[in-house]
Design a protein around this ligand. Structure first.
Ligand code: SF4
Ligand code: SF4
Length: 175
């Protein structure tokens, strides 16, 4: 169980309107169907390798209206969006989509982990999600591999700007 999820829940933390807010969003409609069977967690490939990531808990926090707690949770960003949970849920809860809805809300409140901001900036600068180390480029040459293709920075930048993500990258301003 995740550390942040082990804290005592205070009634003042619970926002009863939060579940309705999520249920109105595309993908979040079936949130309230969850009866906490735990199938999503037991089948989740990320949960298998993490001591803290539990999709069932994320769904429960959302149902209980623990808005600040769930939107501030770093584990929210560990989901690999593989949709196994959505395929296996006996209640047809679109678990992966609920997590996407929560991430969007978290981003709107400025809770984007630095690692994603760095990836975004790297895509804008190089077309790659992370900077390829010089050593690796040289190693490719020594084993006779062709140079890496150039990333299409213009198209990628256009897409990222069109979805309005730049405003979430602190200090970079909208362009
Ligand atoms: S599998 Fe579905 S019903 Fe079971 S805990 Fe996960 S979301 Fe809830
Ligand atoms: S979509 Fe996310 S929560 Fe669902 S099984 Fe995949 S990694 Fe786990």
């Amino acid at each position: 169980m995740g550390e942040s999820n082990q804290k005592v829940i205070k009634a003042s933390e619970m926002n009863p309107k939060f579940k309705y807010e999520i249920s109105k969003m595309h993908g979040g409609e079936k949130l309230m169907r969850c009866f906490q069977c735990g199938t999503c967690t037991s089948d989740c490939p990320v949960a298998r390798f993490s001591d803290t990531y539990r999709p069932r808990q994320i769904i429960r926090m959302a149902q209980l209206g623990l808005k600040e707690r769930v939107l501030n949770s770093e584990t929210l960003w560990l989901c690999a969006s593989c949709f196994t949970c959505t395929d296996r849920c006996p209640q047809d809860v679109e678990v992966a989509s609920v997590i996407r809805v929560l991430r969007n809300l978290a981003a709107e409140e400025g809770h984007v982990p630095q690692v994603f901001k760095d990836e975004y900036l790297s895509i804008l600068e190089s077309g790659y999600a992370y900077k390829i180390p010089e050593l690796r480029i040289k190693k490719r040459e020594t084993v006779g591999l062709p140079p890496l293709p150039k990333g299409n920075r213009e198209s990628l930048g256009k897409v990222l700007r069109s979805v309005g993500f730049l405003k979430y990258i602190e200090g970079k301003g909208e362009s």
